[in-house]
Design a protein around this ligand. Structure first.
Ligand SMILES: Nc1nc2c(ncn2[C@@H]2O[C@H](COP(=O)(O)OP(=O)(O)OP(=O)(O)O)[C@@H](O)[C@H]2O)c(=O)[nH]1
Ligand SMILES: [Mg+2]
Length: 208
């Protein structure tokens, strides 16, 4: 990865955005995670889910293509782990952090990145959804194992109302993975709150 800037300031994930995507200067969500954690596939799935909604436009941005620097650092096992350092110049409303729950060897590196994201002053107090990806795989760690390894209960206690944890699969169709729709709802809610539109439905109408 070169770390070069893209034409729109850094980190948009591409030109195939649905018609209801925003075109302004602000991105809504930063989609971040270690290499191979499932960012691209999750981004595609999110687009198919929210692209069918009448309402809330938001843009999923991903760090793996433009606008960030990465450093390869050796782990104790000698494997290169991508350590993404965000250089993000556009305002965002929230963060979606993808973590491959089937890759036990990458958990420590992912936890370090997650902790860093939560502690970065420029991302604070942005809401963060930790998405445990690849839930469909038989080798995926159980939630209890992930809780223990990543200290999720402690993190949720440290960041009440800010950190949300979701487990999902991006290879299943949205109908078979309700967590995907729930993530879209969370994103819509984060955006609505950020825009001061709380209490309105996905299309911007006042809820009764
Ligand atoms: N079974 C399964 N495979 C997945 C899932 N999400 C991603 N994958 C697979 O995992 C691999 C990596 O997924 P990507 O979406 O390319 O991951 P990424 O984070 O964008 O990877 P980089 O851009 O290289 O950093 C691909 O082979 C995907 O098909 C999932 O939920 N379930
Ligand atoms: Mg990718």
């Amino acid at each position: 990865m070169s770390g070069g800037a893209s034409k729109n300031g850094g980190m948009c994930c591409g030109g195939n955005l649905p018609a209801n995507s925003p075109t302004g200067d602000a991105d809504d969500f930063l989609l971040i995670g270690l290499q191979g954690s499932g960012k691209t596939l999750l981004g595609q799935r999110l687009r198919t889910v929210y692209g069918r909604c009448p309402g809330p436009p938001f843009r999923v941005v991903t760090t793996e293509t433009h606008g960030c620097q990465d450093f390869r650092v050796p782990t104790a096992r000698g494997c290169p782990v991508r350590n993404v350092k965000i250089r993000y110049s556009r305002p965002i409303r929230g963060v979606v952090f993808a973590l491959d729950a089937s890759d036990a060897a990458a958990l420590t590196g992912a936890a370090v990145e997650l902790y860093e994201v939560l502690q970065r002053p420029d991302l604070s107090p942005k809401p963060v959804c930790l998405v445990l990806t690849k839930a469909d795989l038989p080798v995926t760690l159980s939630r209890a194992e992930l809780d223990l390894t990543l200290g999720l209960a402690e993190l949720e206690r440290l960041y009440p109302g800010r950190l949300r944890v979701a487990e999902l699969s991006s290879v299943l169709p949205p109908e078979e993975c309700p967590a995907l729709g729930a993530l879209v709802d969370w994103m819509a809610g984060v955006k609505a709150r950020d825009l001061g539109l709380e209490g309105r439905d996905a299309a911007g109408r006042q809820k009764r």
